[in-house]
Design a protein around this ligand. Structure first.
Ligand SMILES: [Zn+2]
Length: 269
């Protein structure tokens, strides 16, 4: 299995070391407390009063800011990981028993949720059976498309089924002392562009189930008001037989979003 998160992890540590020297500060327009931020961050949330502002202008952020709450404490998160280790037959039989959890941290990751109605019409050639024919089709779908508002972080956004029905207005009082809250490095505009690109790719993929070669494709998007969302993700590192592996756990549902599994040797002997 691919070690998909090793970059993420490195990034995290690198950022922490980095911030010691280049951290910047503004005053919260609401309560006057210092708000610290890192280079590249665009929207910052005050740790003391929950006020969210646009760093460059110092003005209040005016779109909806929501949060999905974390439902687990450190012990429960560890238990969920152990349960995951015990389930599924692709994992080594002694994984839960022989692993040591060496890091558990809860981070509220920033996302943009972009409501999009996307309609694509396409024309393509169907050549699976001879003679090939020209086919036309239409894909029309509604999405709450999720865009991670951080640039250097590798996160499996498409595998993360964010439980949007659980979102509430951002409330800093609900955030655990030990949790980290990351700021957005992306404006809404940029998130919308990314969402469009990703949906286009996705529709192309869908069209290719129907035709073998696309000759023409037109996409139309109708975009609603984006929501800025913080969602809880646990970053877990465990050690198994001297190697380290990463797990991402959804703090709202307790589901493992993605987890590294040590290679097992399958065979007849
Ligand atoms: Zn404040």
């Amino acid at each position: 299995m691919k070690r998909f998160m090793s970059n993420f992890h490195r990034q995290n540590i690198a950022t922490e070391v980095f911030t010691m020297s280049v951290i910047q500060e503004i005053r919260c327009p609401n309560c006057g407390a210092p708000i610290t931020f890192n280079p590249g961050e665009i929207i910052a949330t005050c740790r003391y009063c929950g006020f969210t502002s646009v760093i460059e202008t110092g003005k209040a952020f005016t779109l909806e800011h929501s949060i999905i709450l974390n439902e687990y404490d450190l012990n429960q998160a560890e238990k969920l990981v152990r349960d995951w280790m015990r389930s599924g037959f692709l994992k080594p039989g002694d994984l839960a028993r022989s692993s040591k959890i060496v890091e558990k941290s809860l981070t509220y990751l920033p996302f943009w949720v972009v409501p999009v109605t996307a309609a694509s019409t396409y024309k393509g050639i169907f050549e699976r059976i001879a003679p090939s024919i020209v086919k036309e089709g239409k894909i029309e779908k509604k999405y709450d498309w999720l865009v991670l508002a951080r640039k250097a972080v590798e996160f499996p956004t498409r595998e993360y089924d964010v439980p949007l029905e659980g979102k509430v207005a951002y409330d800093f009082r609900k955030i655990e002392e030990f949790a980290k809250v990351l700021n957005s490095e992306m404006e809404e505009r940029e998130a919308v562009e990314l969402a469009k690109q990703q949906i286009e790719d996705h529709h192309q993929f869908l069209a290719k189930q129907d035709v073998d070669r696309i000759i023409e494709m037109k996409n139309q998007f109708s975009i609603g008001d984006s929501v800025y969302l913080h969602a809880p993700v646990w970053f877990i590192v465990y050690e198994y037989k001297g190697e380290r592996y990463n797990i991402l756990l959804d703090g709202a549902t307790g589901v493992v979003i993605k987890g590294d599994i040590p290679a097992t040797k399958f065979g007849l002997f």
